[in-house]
Design a protein around this ligand. Structure first.
Ligand code: FAD
Length: 287
């Protein structure tokens, strides 16, 4: 199933993102988590991230293939520009297509840990719009891209970031998924600016249920998202009570998701961090 055709059917599309585990045992455990998720919430599709290098890259391909073949769920593979020439990308995506994968989220990727800034590889791509143009010319895929309600941290301005988002859509992105954020108004304002700039494709909010305060503070710092102060204070008041942090995170996400769907979001994309409890609880409340 092509994901671009899923949106716009008059019902919200619920999707889940996982990262590929490093070992076979981890991969089998993840398949069990996804099987549980499937029977509990019937995801519309599942996406699998693409790592900075090494064996987890092959695992992205392997996990998406297993999701489709063993669980019968539509899968999407992420593909980045990091450490790959055009020939490497061509080879990798040819293998995805040969395995029946029709959906690719095309990203630039973050610089590997040892590098401060992103260095385009020799004969590779500098930005996601270039990767999208290449994939559109070479394949008949359903393509998506990332967007940033709070502006990508490297962007000189919100205007330039939006201009490059437009370039990604012109280069073939049929839908956009947002970076995580916690204030629904940020999404509403971003969609309004995007529509004015001529972006007509579905813009899907990315939701990260908070399950650990330290972890979410690290993530938000890395990706330039803001944890609203009242929410941070509520989480701090939970102290070492992990169950209370989880309950607070879930409660916030339910309110956020309801507001986003009421505001017309075409679906919700959950950053699961390979755990299903929080996402399942949120969806149970929404349905
Ligand atoms: P780009 O669109 O290339 O943007 C990067 C920066 O360059 C922005 O500041 C933008 O304004 C600017 N820019 C864009 N195009 C141009 C241009 N042509 N010329 C000049 N400036 C330009 N990372 C991974 O490594 N693996 C994953 O699987 C992964 N999955 C993700 C999924 C989602 C839904 C999201 C939101 C992010 C994901 N990321 C992933 C993180 C992502 O790779 C980073 O946010 C990265 O820093 C930017 O990727 P991008 O595709 O948005 O890049």
């Amino acid at each position: 199933m092509r994901i671009v055709d899923l949106y716009g059917q008059g019902r919200p599309i619920f999707s889940f993102e996982f990262f590929p585990p490093k070992t076979d045992a981890g991969e089998n455990k993840l398949m069990e988590t996804m099987a549980d998720l499937k029977s509990a919430v019937e995801p519309d599709f599942v996406s699998v991230t693409y790592g900075a290098g090494g064996s987890t890259r092959d695992r992205t391909h392997g996990v998406v293939t297993r999701i489709q073949d063993e669980l019968g769920i539509t899968g999407m593979a992420h593909q980045t520009c990091v450490g790959a020439s055009r020939a490497d990308v061509l080879d990798n995506v040819k293998r995805l297509v040969a395995s029946g994968i029709e959906n690719v989220l095309a990203l630039r990727g973050d610089p590997p840990e040892a590098q401060e800034t992103f260095e385009p590889p020799a004969d590779g791509f500098s930005h996601a719009n270039e990767l999208l143009a290449f994939l559109s010319a070479e394949f008949d895929l359903s393509l998506g891209a990332a967007c940033y309600p709070e502006v990508h941290p490297e962007a000189p301005s919100a205007k330039e970031d939006l201009d490059w988002t437009c370039a990604k859509v012109k280069s073939g992105a049929g839908f956009l998924t947002t970076q995580l954020f916690f204030d629904p108004d940020l999404y509403v304002r971003f969609v309004s600016r995007a529509r004015k700039a001529g972006i007509a494709v579905p813009i899907v909010p990315g939701i990260m249920p908070i399950t650990n305060l330290g972890q979410i503070e690290r993530f938000t710092k890395m990706c330039g998202a803001e944890l609203p102060e009242p929410l941070r204070e509520r989480l701090q008041r939970c102290g070492d009570d992990d169950a209370a942090v989880m309950a607070t995170g879930i409660e916030h996400a339910i309110t956020q998701c309801r507001q986003l769907l009421e505001a017309g979001a075409p679906g919700l994309h959950f950053y699961t961090l390979n755990k299903s409890h929080a996402t399942r609880s949120i969806l149970a409340a929404l349905r």
